[in-house]
Design a protein around this ligand. Structure first.
Ligand code: B12
Length: 221
């Protein structure tokens, strides 16, 4: 079994160039994108939790790790998914929708965490979803306005900040008021602490792969 701990360490210490080389090496050894994302990237950022609190905020360390993570996603993960996306999609359970879906994605108002959303957005694009990425700190009305204009099938909303969760609940009533009924999917560590009913969304994804499966699923009745 390939050892992913070196990659975790390199991202944790922000060594972006070496992290990309190590991720490429693991991929060449047959390690899957899912394993690298879930056990490598997410684990490395998880280890920084204590450096990112209100009381103790070691911004530079966290930003250097964030950069290393993004480079691994954009270079190593994107490359392997480009060549293996068909297989990943084949492995998904249930009927897949042939229609090209439109996803409007962003991080909710008050929250600037966007690494997880970046992974979801990159994977969705590679699998043929049309992605409109609104960035971070996005007010609910912006999600809805954009979904109306772009005729979105799905609104994806990320939240890593517990205090921002209540704002997610505003999206559905606003969408209904504007005459649309997209699927609303939440993700990110804070959203994962609650459930779909509580956030008034259709689904809370536990990782990017689970999210993609949900996006591509055939939902026509
Ligand atoms: C990196 C980081 C930062 C970076 C963010 C850089 C960036 N560009 O995103 C910076 C330094 C900016 C930052 C700032 C702050 N942070 Co911070 N940060 C983190 C850290 C260490 C990692 C988060 C991360 O990126 N993980 C890796 C990604 C890949 O994982 P993920 O987001 O969970 O994504 C996966 C899934 O959840 C899912 N997913 C994610 N989004 C979406 C969206 C959709 C639609 C779907 C379907 C799926 C999906 O797919 C992803 C891949 O599988 C976390 C600790 C942690 N482990 O969560 C703290 C953390 C989130 N931060 C925290 C805090 C407190 C802050 C600050 C307030 C600190 C301060 N003193 O100011 C500020 C917040 C500013 C603000 N208003 O938002 C707290 C939040 C506590 C809480 N529950 O409310 C945490 C949990 C750390 C802790 N103390 O426990 N932070």
């Amino acid at each position: 079994v390939a050892d992913i701990s070196k990659l975790v360490k390199l991202i944790e210490t922000g060594e972006n160039v070496s992290a990309v080389l190590e991720a490429d090496r693991l991929i060449d050894q047959g390690v899957s994108a899912k394993e690298i994302v879930n056990n490598g990237l997410v684990a490395a950022l998880e280890a920084l939790r204590s450096k990112c609190t209100i009381e103790n905020f070691q911004l530079l360390d966290v930003l250097l790790s964030s950069r290393a993570m993004v480079e691994v996603v954009d270079q190593s993960i994107a490359r392997t998914l480009e060549s293996n996306m068909d297989k990943l999609v084949d492995d998904m359970s249930g009927e897949l929708d042939k229609k090209n879906k439109v996803l409007v994605i962003g991080t909710i108002l008050g929250d600037v965490h966007d690494l997880g959303k970046h992974i979801v957005s990159t994977m969705s694009k590679l699998s043929g979803v049309t992605v409109i990425n609104l960035g971070k700190d996005v007010p609910p009305e912006k999600f809805v306005e954009t979904a109306v204009r772009e005729k979105a099938d799905i609104i994806g909303v990320s939240s890593l900040m517990t205090v921002c969760l209540p704002t997610i609940k505003e999206i559905r009533p606003m969408a209904v008021e504007n005459g649309i009924n997209p699927l609303i999917v939440a993700g990110g560590a804070a959203a994962q602490q609650t459930d779909a009913g509580h956030l008034d969304v259709d689904y809370v994804a536990f990782d990017a792969f689970d999210a993609l499966e949900f996006f591509l699923k055939d939902t026509t009745p």
